[in-house]
Write a protein that binds this ligand. Structure first.
Ligand code: SF4
Length: 255
C-alpha cells in the first residue's frame, strides 16, 4: 500500500487520534533506510519517475488542506510525518518541519506534530534539531540484538550498528517516544521472535539507558508483506509493558 499524495487523510490513528498524514517520499516508490519485513508499504522498490516533494509543494498542499479543514470546522489531533518510507531522509526535512510548525501555529495551534522515524538519520545534526522541535518524536527500536535487527528491519546500510542508534536516541535526553513492534514467525528459513527473554532483557536495558518519556509497544495490525509472520498476544505485550513501567517509564500498549 503506497500513499499517492504528499498530504493524506485525515485518518483515525490507533495512537494519534485524528491524524493528517504527510508523505515526504515519492508517491510511486518505497524509499527507506530500513526494509522491515512487516512494513505496511511493502518492500523497498524504485521507480525511474519517482521524485521527492519539494518544500514549496509541501507548504502549498499542507496550507490548502489546513485552510479547508478549518473552514469545514474539522477536528485535528496530529499532523503526522509517515508515508512511503523514512521521512528524515528528505534533504529538506529540517526546513519542512519549520514550515509545518508555522502552519500548525497559524491554523491549528493545539494540534501536535508527530514524526514516525526509524532513527537511522540521527547522525545528521539538522535532523536531531528538527526532531527536538516536534511534539511527538517517535523513534523505532524493535530489537537491540544486531542479528535480529538485521532480520526484522533489514537496514540498507551494511555498516549499520544498533549500538550507535541507542546512543543517538539517548542524546534526546528524554524528548522522544520509543516505538517497538514485537512479532513472531519465520523469514527466509530463520525463526523470528523478539519476545524471548534474551531479546526483552537486552531491549529493557537499552530502554533504561535511553530513558524516553514514553514507550509504545505494539504488534502487527494490518497484513504484512509476508505471510509467515504472526501477531504477538496482547497479554505478552502487556507483560513487556509492565517490565518497562517497573523502570519508571510510561508505557502504552497499542491494540
Ligand atoms: S522503517 Fe518504517 S517505512 Fe521503513 S521499512 Fe520499516 S516500517 Fe517501513
Amino acid at each position: 500500500m503506497l500513499f499517492e499524495s504528499v498530504i493524506f487523510g485525515p485518518i483515525k490513528s490507533r495512537r494519534l487520534g485524528i491524524s493528517l498524514g504527510v508523505n515526504l517520499l515519492p508517491a510511486t516508490a518505497k524509499v527507506c533506510s530500513f526494509n522491515c519485513i512487516y512494513c505496511e508499504c511493502g518492500f523497498n522498490f524504485t521507480d525511474p519517475k519517482a521524485h521527492l516533494p519539494s518544500l514549496k509543494e509541501l507548504e502549498t498542499q499542507l496550507e490548502q488542506t489546513l485552510e479547508r479543514m478549518v473552514a469545514d470546522n474539522k477536528k485535528l489531533d496530529s499532523i503526522t510525518f509517515a508515508g512511503n518510507g523514512e521521512p528524515t531522509m528528505h534533504p529538506q526535512f529540517a526546513a519542512i518541519i519549520d514550515a509545518t510548525i508555522r502552519l500548525r501555529n497559524r491554523y491549528y495551534p493545539q494540534t501536535k506534530i508527530s514524526v514516525l522515524s526509524n532513527a537511522t538519520m540521527l547522525h545528521r545534526p539538522a535532523v536531531v534539531a528538527a526532531l527536538n522541535k516536534v511534539d511527538n518524536n517517535i523513534l523505532k527500536l524493535d530489537s537491540v540484538i544486531d542479528a535480529t535487527v538485521k532480520l526484522i528491519n533489514q537496514p540498507v546500510n551494511p555498516k549499520f550498528d544498533i549500538t550507535k542508534i541507542i546512543e543517538q536516541q539517548r542524546q534526546f535526553n528524554g524528548n522522544l517516544i520509543v516505538q517497538s513492534l514485537f512479532l513472531k514467525g519465520t523469514y527466509r528459513g530463520q525463526t523470528i521472535d523478539n519476545t524471548t527473554e534474551k531479546e526483552v532483557s537486552a531491549w529493557l536495558n537499552a530502554i533504561d539507558y535511553i530513558r524516553p518519556k514514553l514507550v509504545e509497544i505494539y504488534s502487527l495490525d494490518r497484513i504484512p508483506p509476508i505471510s509467515t509472520l504472526q501477531k504477538v498476544d496482547s497479554a505478552v505485550l502487556q507483560q513487556i509493558a509492565d517490565r518497562v513501567e517497573k523502570l519508571g517509564i510510561s508505557t502504552s500498549v497499542i491494540q
